[in-house]
Design a protein around this ligand. Structure first.
Ligand code: PLP
Length: 431
């Protein structure tokens, strides 16, 4: 009863929002017509990387064929045109995140590099022996190991926000973890394993009451929901291009200007300098102070096209589509004998308009090893991820070695959920 009411509410909301046509959208992604092992590909590994629409690939090919030249350095026509595209992409990212200024948008190679940059620079300027860094139980290694490395260098300590068995962060425990020794809180907006959408706005408010800055890892949230860094009031925000339908090798670190101004550069080299002599180097202004060397200016252009693409469909529409898929998948998966789903069950999911679970589902079935399940599903044309998902401490908390993970994107369909469910049933019967 509860579920069918949820679906009805969703259908109404869909109508109001003017949903996109998924069949038509799929035509923008040539790879989705591929067959693997003679079966139509069902691509459910979007948490690892998303497929790319023609609009992104064609813009990059066009830039290589017709514009290519190094940026920021040349007086010649092509260099200026390439620079214009690169800087226009920065403006697109600014608009996408609703940052105040393009000075706050740093291009990196991805979330991992963004967080390493911040952990190094922030650590150098702000962290001393005995200080503390707060992370959560459900962090990806990328938002854990760089902070651990920095803590080791500085003699600081990691503190960890615990979570409930359903994968919800314990806000009462966070209250106690925030002390005068805390220098920064680093937390993911959406778990790549559990799909939990964390209340980052509340976390930021709590931290700010104690004048503690917050980094939000947006690698998994940016593809699925509208992000407004001014509304969140986060101090730093990181994401990867390839997880939001853009190219590999490009990502973003957003930082409030007042913070970035206070932090030292991460890498030295061309572009990040103002003047260099053998005695002393002075640094460039923002954002270039943090962008040593030739950037991947073709990828930044591709990223901008990807962000234009998702904005063209509408982030609310994408979210509504994926929420409906996720609810449908949870309902069907929960019906499978021996099924164990990690994260919030369907009955605990809040209103479709304020989701606290994104379109990522981790599961195990009976005693079937996650690797066996993944390998056999692959033979049926279904691409899922298996293993610890770069979240070993979370696996330890759950008391398991790994899971099978199906992660959904704007182009997935209920028919694909059905293929997944039939595939799992088939594997289950084999064991
Ligand atoms: N953070 C989260 C939550 C992730 O899911 C991932 C990748 O799966 C990363 C960080 C790292 O992203 P990348 O490998 O693109 O740097």
């Amino acid at each position: 009863m509860v579920n069918s009411k949820l679906f009805r509410n969703f259908a109404l909301e869909k109508e109001r929002n003017g949903m996109y046509d998924v069949k038509k959208v799929r035509e923008d992604f040539p790879i989705l017509t591929r067959e693997v092992y003679g079966r139509p590909l069902v691509y459910l590994d979007n948490g690892a990387t998303t497929q790319k629409p023609r609009q992104v690939v064609e813009a990059m090919v066009d830039e290589y064929y017709n514009v290519n030249a190094n940026v920021h350095r040349g007086v010649h026509f092509l260099s200026q045109q390439a620079t214009d595209l690169h800087e226009a992409s920065r403006e697109t990212v600014r608009g996408f995140l609703n940052a105040q200024s393009t000075s706050e948008i740093l291009f990196t190679r991805g979330t991992t590099e963004s967080i390493n940059l911040l952990a190094f620079s922030f650590g150098e300027a702000m962290v001393k022996e005995g200080d503390e860094v707060v992370v959560s139980t459900m962090e990806h290694h990328s938002n854990l190991v760089p902070w651990q490395m920095m803590c080791e260098r500085k003699g600081a300590h990691l503190r960890v926000i615990p979570m409930t068995d359903e994968g919800v962060l314990r806000m009462d425990a966070l209250e106690e973890l925030l002390t005068e020794r805390t220098r920064i809180v680093c937390v993911t907006q959406m778990s790549n394993v559990l799909g939990t959408v964390n209340p980052v706005k509340d976390i930021i408010r709590m931290a700010h009451e104690r004048e503690i800055p917050v980094l939000v890892d947006g690698a998994q949230s940016v593809p699925h929901m509208r992000v407004d860094v001014q509304d969140l009031d986060c101090d730093f925000f990181a994401f990867s291009g390839h997880k939001v339908y853009g190219p590999t090798g490009v990502g973003v670190l957003y930082g409030k200007e007042e913070w970035l101004d206070r932090l030292p550069p991460y890498q030295g080299g061309g572009e990040m300098i103002q003047t260099v002599s053998f005695e002393k180097t002075t640094y460039n202004g923002l954002p270039y102070k943090f962008e040593a060397g030739t950037p991947d200016y073709v990828a930044t252009h591709g990223l901008a096209k990807a962000l234009d693409y998702v904005r063209g469909l509408g982030m609310e529409q994408i979210e509504a589509h994926e929420q409906e898929l996720m609810r449908y998948a949870l309902e069907r998966l929960e019906g499978i004998e021996g099924m164990r789903i990690f994260g919030l069950p369907l009955t605990s999911c809040s209103s479709p308009l304020a989701p606290n679970r994104g379109a990522v589902i981790s599961f195990l079935v009976g005693n079937i090893h996650h690797l066996d399940m993944g390998t056999l599903l692959d033979r049926l044309g279904i691409a899922v991820r298996t293993g610890h998902h770069c979240a070993e401490p979370l696996m330890r908390r759950l008391g398991i070695e790994g899971t099978v993970r199906a992660s959904f994107a704007l182009y997935n369909t209920k028919e694909e959920v059905d293929v997944l469910v039939e595939g799992i049933e088939r594997v289950r019967r084999m064991f």
